[in-house]
Design a protein around this ligand. Structure first.
Ligand SMILES: *Cc1c(COP(=O)(O)O)cnc(C)c1O
Length: 456
């Protein structure tokens, strides 16, 4: 089946919804290094994670099975918005005057407006199955908090969310949306936890960070029997849940009669990127296609391109196991850029390992270039991207303009992982000329790196 010359949208039937998540680990040349206990520096066993996560998710986290069946109640919720459409960005291509073909997989059609419900729904489901009453979590821009609020409402769980203070001020409608779904939302750092109080004592006007908000949410979960913690990115099981994106995209590109030459995606903790690219990486490792796979991160929080590959804590207070990942140090507080979802000090350990293996590449982009790309996309394709995927859009445009110079007809694929309709304040500020590109100094990076745990 090939597309006609005007086709812009590739849809799948409900019967083509993936029934399994894909675990890339068994297909890699070597497995990623294990998480370590911060005291003993020995690999942590599944039981050590039991105060934080339900057993089903812990077993997925350490699984070496290539496929894991998606439970029927999760598929029932996925059907509200999945399969999601794949679009060919013909108007953007024309505007750029490029011979390249640009495709984007649009995840903004979910109730929360992003890819995050792909993992929020199974996480809420498995917790409810194991009799948990309440979840805690962090959120940056509010996308993850919204997704988990939605999922908890559907499975009858209470939810408490610590929202990074800079975003809490920037994105008031995200808070309202979480509350609409029934969640309780706190600005982080908060006086409600020991971790939050310690930060507030040292820095009373702290703008917060995902690392601090994670410490607060983990602390509350670890000290309550009926409560567990939920993470929206970074971990293996989260990236695995997101592979429905890539599995669908493979079928849709086949409908279009194309295979990708370049796949780009924005990376905060790596979940939308991993979800899009892992199924394609499987095809690449099997020799069936050979795309260049490129992660795009903000210049203000460049964990891949400027971070160190080292064992570090996932949170600021040091409550989590040590994870081997590209990190800027768990004390790092990035500038309050508008792409709040990309302000995490670390990168998924699985993606960090894949980067070390040389299977993917990474670039960093300043936010003004990203907002310019976001406007261009909105004015040609009609969809306003969230500030996070404007990083991916900027990289698509850069690649397409390179193709214009060389005359190459490359096929470029990206995930437009969320819409920006609750981020219009950021667009207003960009259009009013109030967006700054803050260069992250070597001194700031060195200072944050000084806090890395020694001896691992
Ligand atoms: C959370 C979020 C991100 C960043 O998280 P990843 O795990 O790297 O995907 C990017 N885009 C959107 C729309 C988000 O909600």
């Amino acid at each position: 089946m090939t597309s006609d010359s005007r086709q812009v949208k590739y849809v799948l039937q409900e019967s083509e919804l993936p029934r399994e998540w894909y675990n890339v680990i068994p297909d890699l040349p070597s497995p990623p290094p294990p998480p370590l206990h911060p005291g003993t520096r020995e690999p942590v066993g599944p039981e050590a994670l039991a105060p934080l996560f339900p057993m089903a998710l812990i077993m997925q986290e350490v699984s070496v099975d290539r496929h894991i069946a998606i439970p029927e109640p999760v598929l029932d919720v996925y059907r509200l918005w999945r399969p999601t459409p794949l679009y060919r960005a013909r108007r953007l291509e024309k505007d750029l005057g490029t011979p390249a073909k640009i495709y984007y997989k649009y995840e903004g059609v979910s109730p929360a407006g992003s890819h995050k419900p792909n993992t929020a729904v199974p996480q809420a489901y498995y917790n409810a199955e194991e009799g948990i009453r309440k979840l805690t979590t962090e959120t940056g821009a509010g996308q993850w908090g919204t997704a988990l609020s939605f999922a908890c409402a559907l499975f009858g769980l209470d939810l408490e969310v610590w929202m990074v203070r800079s975003s809490y001020g920037q994105k008031p409608y995200r808070k309202a949306l979480m509350e609409t779904y029934g969640a309780k939302v706190h600005a982080s750092p908060s006086p409600l936890t020991a971790a939050g109080r310690a930060v507030l004592e040292a820095h009373p006007d702290s703008s917060g960070s995902l690392g601090i908000a994670i410490s607060e949410a983990v602390e509350v979960a670890a000290t309550h029997d009926d409560t567990r913690y939920s993470l929206g990115s970074v971990l293996n099981h989260v990236l695995m849940h997101q592979t429905v994106i890539g599995e669908e995209a493979i079928k849709q590109l086949a409908q279009a009669g194309d295979t990708p030459d370049v796949i780009v995606g924005c990376t905060g903790g790596g979940s939308n990127f991993g979800g899009l690219v892992f199924p394609f990486l499987r095809e690449k490792l099997a020799g069936r296609m050979n795309p260049v796979i490129r992660a795009v991160e903000p210049a203000a929080c460049p964990s891949f391109t400027k971070g160190r590959y080292a064992y570090d804590f996932g949170d600021t207070a040091g409550l989590t196991p040590l994870l081997k990942m590209h990190t800027l140090g768990h004390d790092f507080i990035p500038d309050p850029i508008h792409a709040g979802g990309l302000r995490y000090h670390g990168m998924s350990p699985l993606l960090s390992h894949i980067y070390e293996l040389g299977l993917i590449e990474a670039v960093a982009k300043p936010q003004s270039e990203c907002f310019a790309a976001g406007l261009r996309f909105a004015r040609t394709e009609g969809i306003v991207p969230a500030p996070e995927p404007t990083h991916a859009v900027a990289a698509c445009i850069e690649e397409a303009l390179r193709c214009k110079e060389t005359g190459e007809e490359k096929v470029i694929l990206t995930a437009l992982c969320g819409h920006g309709l609750l981020d219009l304040q950021a667009y207003s500020e960009y259009m009013a000329g109030r967006i700054e590109d803050l260069e992250l100094s070597e001194a700031a990076i060195a200072e944050a790196m000084a806090g890395l745990p020694a001896g691992v």
